[in-house]
Design a protein around this ligand. Structure first.
Ligand SMILES: *Cc1c(COP(=O)(O)O)cnc(C)c1O
Length: 414
């Protein structure tokens, strides 16, 4: 028999699910149960020995189903399928993107450690890093996307806490400006501060581009995480998160998840299994639409500047990184409208097809005003540095007909 490696999109309907274990049902049922029956007391004992790390797994042994805070078939099948896109060893799904992010930060940082992070970050992540982590004695240092590798190494060394550096946390492209950084360069920085006793972990929030258009683990990231609320869910009907990494690091993430109890519910996991079946067709359509819309915006007299990966100029540093790191320009477009808040609000209120709402990656197109909405809580000085001003508008492009989206933008700008 010839071997053939299936693409992830071909496996999204079957991978990890055994119909014979569910009365032959073609689709995975919802395992809406809190607990699982053991065949014998001995079997229950064996499952707990593995779950609590009291002994190593036997060669053919699998961790049995125990209790839905520890494991559940819907969560496990979803995790196995998500691993395919990022070619990760293992995955853990969470009840939100923020719980995925906060669990990773809490597991791998301890009082006295230094966390270096990119800028800008998702508003919630920025808040957790700058308002919560300092309260438990974790030091933070932010770096601007334009900073050179040498300068970042110098900044970390001069902070006097280089030996305490435990993690670098990035978003690329960043929300909402689409600022892009070179993951391989940050990998070299984390290696620079790593030694025999300690590996500085590089974590990338890939919500904007994943899991299709960018694969940070292939560029040296140790951990990749998602708000699965966005493209992965893709229908604006659930909140979820995911973390993917090596088997070794995922044991730690899953153990903390067990004790924080912030795993995804079987019902949301089941909805995400349905979402994954159309992930590729949705994201293909979204990025195709976005390229047309960005082009249209860039030529409109009432638009000052468009921030979109597909419009980066050849020969720039950003373009080189984009070509190396991304497989498509994505479907998130930000732009500066001529004027300020008044003009931005007038434009938004005049849209007919777009909904004024935060979030992104869904089938419907959404519009929001970062400075007064998603990034309202970010330090004003930081915000200005990052280019988040009154005139900046963010669009998340959906799967509608591009002609209709352009019609809507055109009439609202008019
Ligand atoms: C939405 C979002 C998050 C937070 O995810 P939730 O699912 O809302 O908790 C984190 N990072 C990015 C880039 C996001 O867009």
């Amino acid at each position: 028999m010839s071997t053939h490696n299936m693409s992830p999109e071909s496996l999204m309907m079957s991978h990890g699910y055994k119909p014979e274990l569910s009365q032959g049902a073609v689709k995975c049922p919802i395992f809406q149960t809190s607990t699982f029956e053991y065949k014998t007391a001995e079997e229950g004992k064996a499952f707990f020995e593995i779950a609590y790390g009291l002994r190593e797994k036997g060669p053919q042994e699998e961790l049995g189903l125990i209790y839905s805070r520890i494991n559940n078939p819907n969560l496990e099948i979803l995790e196995n399928r998500l691993c395919l896109w990022d070619r990760a060893d293992d995955c853990a799904v969470f009840e939100s993107g923020m719980s995925a992010i906060s669990t990773v930060l809490l597991e791998f940082l301890k009082p006295g450690d230094l966390l270096v992070h990119g800028n800008p970050l998702y508003g919630g992540t920025d808040h957790f890093i700058n308002h919560f982590l300092p309260k438990i004695g974790i030091h933070t240092l932010d770096v601007h996307p334009d900073e050179s590798e040498e300068n970042i190494i110098k900044m970390i060394s001069e902070s006097g806490k280089g030996d305490k550096l435990a993690m670098i946390f990035l978003e690329t492209p960043a929300n909402p400006t689409n600022a892009i950084v070179d993951i391989e360069s940050y990998k070299r920085i984390s290696d620079h501060f790593s030694n025999k006793e300690k590996q500085v972990l590089l974590t990338v929030d890939n919500t904007y581009m994943g899991p299709l258009w960018q694969h940070p683990l292939q560029f040296g990231a140790d951990i990749v995480l998602y708000s699965a609320t966005k493209y992965i869910g893709g229908h604006s009907d659930l909140i979820a998160g995911a973390v993917l990494s090596t088997a070794e690091l995922m044991v730690r993430v899953k153990t903390l998840r067990t004790f924080l109890g912030n795993m995804l519910s079987p019902n949301s996991a089941w909805l995400l299994l349905r979402s994954l079946e159309t992930l590729k067709v949705r994201m293909d359509q979204q990025t195709k639409n976005a390229q047309e819309i960005a082009q249209f915006l860039s030529q409109h007299p009432k638009v000052e500047k468009v921030y979109y990966l597909g419009l980066l100029k050849e020969g720039t540093k950003e373009f080189t990184i984009y070509k190396k790191q991304c497989e498509a320009p994505g479907a998130m477009i930000s732009f500066d409208i001529k004027g300020g808040e008044k003009e931005a609000f007038l434009f938004m209120n005049s849209l007919k097809l777009f909904k004024i709402a935060v979030s992104l990656g869904s089938t419907e197109s959404l519009v929001q005003h970062p400075i007064t909405m998603t990034h309202a809580g970010v330090d004003p000085e930081h915000r200005t540095q990052m280019g988040i001003t009154d005139k900046l508008i963010r669009l998340s492009i959906g799967i509608e007909n591009a002609k209709d989206i352009i019609w809507d933008i055109e009439q609202a700008l008019a």
